[in-house]
Unconditional design. Structure first.
Length: 284
C-alpha cells in the first residue's frame, strides 16, 4: 500500500498495486492496465483497419504474435542492461512476475514479431506499421498508469504543483514521468489520427511520424527519470541512458526518412508504398 500526495494538493491517495488477491494468487493493476491498453488499441485498429487497406483478421494475427515477441523483447532488453543483477542467478531472468520489463524492448520485439506475421499474412508491411503505431500509442498511454499504481518510473525532485510524493519517492516530491509520457502519447495519438485521416501521403508516413514523436518526447522525459538503465560503458566519460540514446537514434532516423520521402516523386512512392501520394483517392 502506498500513500500518495501531490504538491499543492490537499487530497491523499491510498494505492494498492494489487487489484485482486485470492490466497497467494495476485492480479496487479499494472497487468490490468497493460491489458486494457492493448484491448483499446486493438479495438481502434479493428475499427480503422479498412482505411489502412488492412484485413482486420489478419492484423489481429500480427497483434497476437507481436504481443508474445513484445513481452520477450521487453524482458531481454531489461536483462541485458541489468546483467549485474542476473549474472550470478540466471534463473531470475525468467522470473518476469518479479518485474523488469522495458518499453523499448517491447516496441522492438513487438515490431519484429508483428512485421514477420504481416509478411506471413501477406499484408503490406508499411501499412501494418502505420496501423500498429496507432495501437502502440494507445497502449503506451494507458499502460503507463500501471507505473502509477506501482509508484515507479518517476523522476528527480521537483517543486512543481504536480510533484508526486510517496514512500517510494522517499517522501519527497518528484516528477511523475509516467504521467508525462502518458499525456505525450495521447497527444501523439490525436495528431497522427488526423494526419492519417486528412494528410497522409504514403504508406509508412504515420509510422515514421510516430518514431519521431515518441523519440522526441521520450528523450526529454528519460532525462528526468531516476531509474534509467545505463550503457555498461561510458561515451566520452559520460554515463549514457540507454533509452535516451535509443530515442535520439529513432528521432534522427525518422526525421531523415521523412525528409527523404518528402523529396521523392510519385513514381518512387508507388514503387515503395504501392499507392499514389493521395491515398484517400487511390485506395491501394
Amino acid at each position: 500500500m502506498y500513500h500518495v500526495s501531490f504538491n499543492g494538493w490537499e487530497a491523499n491517495l491510498n494505492l494498492n498495486p494489487v487489484a485482486i488477491e485470492i490466497g497467494t494468487f495476485k492480479i496487479y493493476w499494472y497487468g490490468i492496465l497493460i491489458c486494457f491498453g492493448i484491448m483499446l488499441g486493438l479495438i481502434y485498429t479493428w475499427m480503422n483497419s479498412a482505411s489502412y487497406d488492412i484485413n482486420s483478421n489478419n492484423f489481429t494475427d500480427c497483434v497476437i504474435v507481436g504481443m508474445v515477441t513484445g513481452i520477450i523483447g521487453a524482458r531481454i532488453y531489461y536483462v541485458l542492461f541489468n546483467l549485474d543483477h542476473y549474472i550470478n542467478d540466471p534463473v531470475k531472468m525468467l522470473q518476469i512476475n518479479q518485474g523488469g520489463l522495458a518499453v523499448y524492448g517491447s516496441i522492438i520485439g513487438g515490431l519484429l514479431g508483428g512485421c514477420a506475421a504481416a509478411k506471413w499474412r501477406k499484408l503490406n508491411i508499411w501499412a501494418t506499421l502505420d496501423l500498429g503505431a496507432m495501437g502502440f500509442l494507445i497502449g503506451q498511454c494507458i499502460g503507463r498508469w500501471g507505473n502509477f499504481f506501482n509508484q515507479e518510473a518517476f523522476g528527480s525532485e521537483t517543486n512543481l504543483p504536480w510533484g508526486m510524493i510517496s514512500e517510494n519517492t522517499n517522501n519527497v516530491a518528484v516528477h511523475p514521468c509516467f504521467l508525462y509520457e502518458s499525456i505525450w502519447c495521447l497527444f501523439g495519438f490525436i495528431l497522427l489520427h488526423f494526419l492519417h485521416k486528412y494528410k497522409q501521403k504514403y504508406r509508412g508516413q504515420v509510422f515514421l511520424c510516430y518514431i519521431v514523436w515518441y523519440g522526441a518526447g521520450r528523450a526529454v522525459i528519460e532525462g528526468l527519470r531516476s531509474d534509467s538503465l545505463y550503457l555498461p560503458f561510458r561515451i566520452f566519460s559520460i554515463p549514457v541512458r540507454v533509452s535516451q540514446l535509443v530515442s535520439l537514434i529513432l528521432l534522427i532516423t525518422g526525421v531523415i526518412l521523412l525528409f527523404i520521402n518528402r523529396k521523392k516523386g510519385d513514381e518512387w512512392y508507388v514503387k515503395n508504398f504501392g499507392r499514389e501520394k493521395n491515398i484517400s483517392e487511390n485506395p491501394g
